[in-house]
Design a protein around this ligand. Structure first.
Ligand SMILES: [Zn+2]
Length: 620
């Protein structure tokens, strides 16, 4: 738990909360000038568990809520990435530090030679999605497939506010598991079906986001899914969406008075409906155990994992903690928007999807709990608050890592002195390597996996913790709630988050987002000179910050001084001595003290990401 000494002006927050609520009630609409596209999918899938191929029929209704006329649309065909010589394959051979899950390693420890696991895939091991037919309102239309992206020229444009129907049939092949999705993962889960269907790309105020699939993040259109899957009858399924026919498949059906109606053929039909999501995932295995837990006043949690005593022992121990974690996030950020959430063994590592997560099974308790807490946090950051995570991975990975650290502290009571120690350490390390890239870098385009990983997870987490230093911790927590309240179910941008933080705190924060997100400037402040009753501080790094400095006098009393930064155009509430603003153009700042000084320490909270703390203190 963070013992933070800042007292916040509660009254201001309540006034602002009330005005946000009033605004919501007034319109029940999107924020000013905001719009988003909508898609409703109906899919019928026939899975062959022997060949790993599936035939699909997809009908979608696409609504153009943009002010633009649309003449073409783009689909993602993600499974095409898992083919020799794909862009993903090429990237694995050229990035200096590829994702270790996606390569085999030869050579020596000092000089490892990485080989893409995609390159040697055979015809019957690759992934693909092949379109068999495509029509717009019954008229066949032209399309071009380029790797993982399909460009479709419409027969007639979709004018602003209009809808169109697109129908296709396709055949897919589930790849050998390379990254996230695939067949027979390391834990032996048969089918991890993520990013498995022709998926409409998002069109927003920036235009189309038809990024090729290189391996990192996603961005999708908000909409509704109605998915029917025909599969061998001994398979158990879990994933996105509410199961419509549990009595037919005998899954999670608790009312013993209603008899099961098992299908007499060799296949079962699983019918799922998922309202207001931007992705649809499913997992299937013949050997799953299924547990259910209820979050008080919240969602039902489903757990699916392989029937193995070691795995069961650890997963059963994790289940009540998952209940507590969801209750914590409901309270800390805002209510989870669905009635169901599933934690499913599958994939590689942990990954978030609509209403569910896939986590590999064979883990110790700490690792399983940590991953569960992280992935569940994504139900808020990216699933409800659907940022374009390809462009702003720090807003989902970083914010999720932040709430994960807070949840872990509250629930697991780790008794850490500083719960964000690791993200700060990694961030400082990255700065020291000289390989840092700005947070604005597109996730697929980072020069190294290291800079992507530390930026997205750690610097993104530091962004929030440090914002707590700037606006005050209570204001930060109120900002998270207000952000969720305003932007859940939409696609918030970095500026949207910043505006909420500004409205909650009453401070200007453009300088902060600009310096910390859009540049690689860093914070380094130092104690420059101390005379008997005067202290001079110095800004060495390019990035300016408000400063808190703890001063111990020769009589052993301590006083905390707070120096607001001029471009904040205000100050947070603090139980310390407030000094005049530091106008950042000056690199030094001098103030006098009432008593002779013995010790000086800049930022005792450790929340300011000062890359060099050696020069933060002075002792007589
Ligand atoms: Zn994550």
């Amino acid at each position: 738990m963070i013992r933070y000494f800042i007292i916040v002006m509660v009254a201001i927050f309540f006034t602002q909360c009330a005005s946000l609520q009033a605004q919501k009630n007034e319109t029940e609409k999107w924020p000013n000038n905001y719009w988003q596209q909508h898609v409703a999918y109906t899919m019928d899938i026939d899975m062959n568990v022997e060949t790993y191929q599936y035939n699909g029929n997809q009908k979608l209704i696409y609504t153009n809520n943009s002010p633009d006329s649309i003449n073409k649309v783009f689909y993602h065909l993600y499974f095409n990435a898992f083919q020799p010589n794909s862009e993903m394959d090429a990237r694995l051979q050229t990035v200096p530090d590829p994702d270790k899950r996606m390569v085999t390693v030869d050579g020596t420890k000092e000089h490892p030679v990485y080989k893409s696991r995609i390159t040697p895939l055979k015809e019957d091991e690759v992934g693909f999605i092949k379109i068999k037919s495509l029509q717009q309102e019954g008229t066949p239309i032209d399309y071009v497939v380029e790797g993982t992206v399909m460009e479709v020229t419409l027969a007639k444009p979709i004018y602003p506010g209009e809808k169109t129907e697109l129908e296709m049939s396709f055949i897919g092949q589930v790849p050998v598991q390379i990254r996230r999705s695939g067949r027979n993962n390391k834990g032996g889960v048969a089918l991890s079906m993520t990013q498995w269907y022709p998926k409409m790309a998002e069109y927003d105020i920036e235009g189309w986001h038809a990024d090729p699939y290189i391996g990192r993040e996603f961005y999708g259109v908000w909409g509704d899914f109605d998915v029917t899957i025909h599969i061998d009858k001994n398979y158990i399924l879990g994933g996105t969406g509410y199961l419509q026919n549990p009595q037919e498949v005998g899954f999670g059906y608790e009312d013993k008075n209603i008899p099961l109606k098992p299908n007499k053929g060799t296949k079962n039909t699983w019918h799922f409906v998922a309202p207001n999501v931007h992705d649809f995932t499913w997992v299937a295995d013949p050997d799953f155990i299924h547990d259910i837990k209820q979050v008080p006043n919240g969602a039902r949690l489903h757990f699916l994992y392989k029937n193995n005593p070691d795995i069961q022992k650890v997963w059963r121990k994790m289940e009540p903690i998952a209940v507590k974690t969801m209750a914590f996030y409901n309270d800390y950020i805002g209510p989870y928007p669905y009635k169901q959430y599933s934690i499913i063994q599958g994939g590689d590592g942990g990954m978030e999807y609509g209403m569910c997560t896939l986590i590999t099974g064979a883990r110790n308790f700490e690792s399983l709990v940590g991953t569960m807490m992280h992935e569940m946090g994504h139900a808020w950051f990216q699933f409800a608050l659907a940022t374009n995570e390809s462009k702003h991975p720090w807003m989902d990975e970083g914010f999720t890592s932040f709430v994960e650290a807070v949840a872990s502290d509250k629930i697991m009571k780790n008794k850490k002195d500083f719960i964000f120690d690791m993200p700060y350490k990694y961030y400082y390390y990255m700065v020291s390597t000289g390989k840092e890239e700005p947070l604005t870098t597109h996730s697929d385009h980072y020069a190294t996996n290291m800079s992507y990983g530390i930026n997205a997870y750690d610097k993104g987490s530091v962004f929030l913790a440090q914002l707590g230093y700037i606006i005050g911790w209570e204001n930060l927590e109120k900002t998270l709630k207000a952000y969720y309240n305003k932007w859940s179910g939409k696609h918030p941008s970095p500026n949207d988050f910043k505006r909420v933080a500004e409205q909650v705190s009453g401070l200007s924060l453009d300088w902060y987002v600009n310096e910390f997100v859009e540049t690689t400037h860093f914070v380094d402040y130092a104690v420059n000179e101390v005379k008997a009753n005067s202290i001079t501080l110095e800004r060495i790094g390019a990035m300016p910050m408000p400063i808190e400095v703890s001063v111990t006098y020769t009589d052993n009393t301590t006083e905390l001084f707070y120096i607001p930064l001029n471009v904040m155009r205000g100050e947070k509430s603090i139980s310390g001595t407030q000094l005049p603003d530091w106008d950042w153009g000056h690199t030094t700042y001098t103030f006098t003290t009432p008593k002779p000084v013995k010790e000086v320490y800049i930022d005792p909270s450790l929340l300011m990401a000062d890359v060099n703390r050696q020069n933060n203190s002075w002792k007589k």
